[in-house]
Design a protein around this ligand. Structure first.
Ligand SMILES: [Zn+2]
Length: 81
């Protein structure tokens, strides 16, 4: 696991949530991001499923990994456009 791209405790990306991030929601938007592009939302235990569902409902490839990562080297599932 990778820690340390921020000196502070990383927080959940969900609006209004200040819980510590426990996992990373890695995704991309096939319409605007190239195949190697990765976006990362950090999530607490409570909101990781919510954020994943939010992206899945938009047909974006998404995967959730434990810990805080920058998304590099993370394989995303193929999603047919
Ligand atoms: Zn949260």
């Amino acid at each position: 696991m990778i820690f340390g791209f921020s000196p502070d405790s990383p927080q959940c990306s969900r609006a209004g949530c200040t819980a510590d991030a426990r996992s990373s929601v890695v995704w991309r938007n096939p319409r605007i991001h190239g195949p190697e592009r990765r976006k990362v939302w950090l999530a607490c235990d409570e909101h990781a499923p919510y954020l994943r569902e939010f992206l899945t409902s938009r047909a974006f490839p998404v995967t959730v990994v434990d810990g805080v990562v920058d998304g590099s080297g993370i394989e995303l599932p193929e999603v047919s456009a």
